[in-house]
Design a protein around this ligand. Sequence first.
Ligand code: UDP
Length: 363
Amino acid sequence: MKIITVVGARPQFIKAVVLSAMFRKICGVQERLLHTGQHFDDNMSDVFFRELGIPAPHWNLGVNGGAHGAMTGAQLQGIEDILMQERPDVVLVYGDTNSTLAGALAAAKLHIPVAHVEAGLRSFNRRMPEEVNRVLTDHMSRWLFAPTQAAVRNLEREGIAGPDVHQVGDVMFDAALHFAEVARGRSERPLVLEQLSGRPFVLATVHRAENTESAECLQAIVQALSGLANDINVVWPVHPRTRGALAKLDLDVTATKGLHCTEPLGYLDMIEMEQAAQLVVTDSGGVQKEAFFFGKPCVTLRDETEWVELVEAGWNRLAPPSSAKALLKAFRAALGTSGQPIEPYGRGDAGRRIADILQGSRV
Ligand code: UDP
């Protein structure tokens, strides 16, 4: 079985680690990675391949930047050329980025079956580019690998059901379990953790377009994180998109005492920071879950989340970034809390289950 996996953005490299390792173990399955180039900086792309042992991409289209249509269109064209030459049995895509949509669409038009990992997630907010990407991808996919019960129900509501919908758990849980061990075994610690010398801190990440493209939201977030930094250290690895948005608004975050802005971290450093943090503040999908994997409370800087089970169990609080005062109140209220014990993301064997299902399928 010949599989081409399309990746392009940071969380997809992390998800691909798990399955690529499984495919390498299965005889008769050959996987090749196609990197669209959507993320390209060393600390947004190369570091993950270097540190996590993901095989180097067989192709890199180098497509990044531009408006959604231009980026997705260029990716679509590049992917189509490769698929026409290679004629794989399966195209595998992860999550909800433009690379996901372009990979699924190119394959569907060539009648190559698509496997979607992280199927069925919904925010029910069609203003999010990710929501459009994931709904369309699900409707073009043959195999739908849903991480949760809620995701399976979302698919059912859209008329997608049957033997190719599988609730397998979350590959990010597999990755977090495995790489937490790897990180523990390293001799070096994240630099910023050493600089804090054991002082407690909050870990923050911000990158969703709805926050970076709104001056009001980004200002409220900066003001609230700066306010929180009066009480407790705040470590903020700044995503390149957010760095650009801060510069555009002339928002200087470097001078605030207690607020430590860093470059984006490698995954091993990131999961070590999550394990050491008192609280996680984020608008990232993956980081919300990792906070839970490591038993940390989380405040999500959004109106809604795809990971509803974490809100229901009290691990995660939604805090729409409309006012700095309300955000700061939410951060302070979340510090020191925890949620109900739940196990919604499987047992850390999602990768193995997906690989088994694909291997056992007729294509
Ligand atoms: N991440 C990382 N370094 C950082 C910030 C995040 O390695 O500085 C990891 C994080 O641990 C998680 C993934 O990136 O596994 C989440 O990706 P991101 O927040 O970019 O996207 P989302 O999950 O929202 O799609």
